[in-house]
Design a protein around this ligand. Structure first.
Ligand SMILES: C[S@@+](CC[C@H](N)C(=O)[O-])C[C@H]1O[C@@H](n2cnc3c(N)ncnc32)[C@H](O)[C@@H]1O
Length: 266
């Protein structure tokens, strides 16, 4: 149950909700931390941008039961899951690079999604412009480009029989530095708060860091490969990653995960 969602910078990625949700609790925590920081009492229109399987849309609906909560995503497989997970919300398939609100929105919430697109200077200005006056843009994105779990994907992709097939795979582009988001948003925001948190995700299971990446950042590298080569690539990546994320005596693998949070009010 996976199919490509293509962003304007050309990242075609298949999304499998069941693999993505494998570490659901760990992925949910920053989403709820972001939601807790949104200062909005009774918004009428809420958008969950890059809603994925709707696992967070449910919490938006719970927090604001009177709101029209609309989940936007580019993956039909994710949306199918979302419609079942959050029957009280509306969902629509769209690319968030070109998505335009039907009417000004009170809260645009986006967890772990916008980093799949480039062009953040244009995108973030555009999103703030979709808000009603006083509305809030709340964003959380992984800031992991330099971490071994991400950097080794590129290194391994470049060396091996799979290299020609992966030559054009860029993966999710690096997000900007926190100060760059400040410079983009400050001139047009009524208020702005930006912060980073490093979560120490405690993962269970074998090759847990690889399992984690298989649900997200590794997908653009796995998709273009035929089955046999995919297994070989995965084995090489697993070997490269293992020393950086050792399984501890108690069976846990610790994955330090840096995330950037942005809260802007129009
Ligand atoms: C890692 S999931 C995050 C899902 C959810 N927000 C959460 O917190 O669990 C990223 C989602 O962004 C979506 N996505 C990526 N690029 C997109 C684009 N250009 N337009 C719309 N959705 C996109 C994917 O389909 C995927 O469902």
């Amino acid at each position: 149950m996976s199919e490509p969602a293509k962003g304007p910078v050309g990242i075609a990625t298949s999304w499998d909700p069941s693999i993505y949700l494998r570490y659901g609790d760990e992925r949910l925590r920053p989403a709820l931390d972001l939601l807790a920081k949104v200062d909005a009492d009774a918004p009428a229109r809420v958008v969950d941008l890059g809603c994925g399987p709707g696992n967070v849309s449910v919490f938006l609906q719970q927090r604001w039961p009177g709101a029209d909560v609309l989940g936007i995503d580019g993956s039909a497989a994710m949306l199918e899951k979302a419609r079942r997970a959050a029957p009280g919300c509306r969902f629509a398939e769209a690319d968030f690079g070109t998505w335009t609100a039907e009417a000004p929105v009170d809260v645009i919430y986006s967890n772990a999604a916008l980093h799949w697109l480039g062009g953040h200077d244009v995108l973030f200005r555009r999103l703030l412009g979709q808000l009603a006056p006083g509305g809030t843009l709340a964003v959380q994105m992984p800031a992991m480009h330099a971490a071994p779990i991400r950097a080794l994907q590129h290194e391994v992709a470049a060396t091996g029989p799979w290299a020609p097939l992966l030559a054009d795979v860029g993966g999710a582009p690096p997000i900007l530095e926190p100060g760059q988001y400040w410079d983009i948003l400050k001139p047009i925001a009524a208020s702005l708060d930006i912060w980073e948190t490093i979560y120490l995700h405690a993962l269970s299971g074998e090759n847990a860091a690889v399992q984690w990446a298989s649900g997200t950042s590794l997908r653009p590298f796995l998709d273009p490969l035929p089955e046999g080569l995919r297994a070989e690539f995965l084995a090489a990546y697993t070997e490269a990653v293992a020393p950086h994320y050792p399984r501890r005596a108690d069976g846990t693998t610790l994955l330090p995960f840096r995330r950037l949070f942005i809260m802007a009010r129009r």
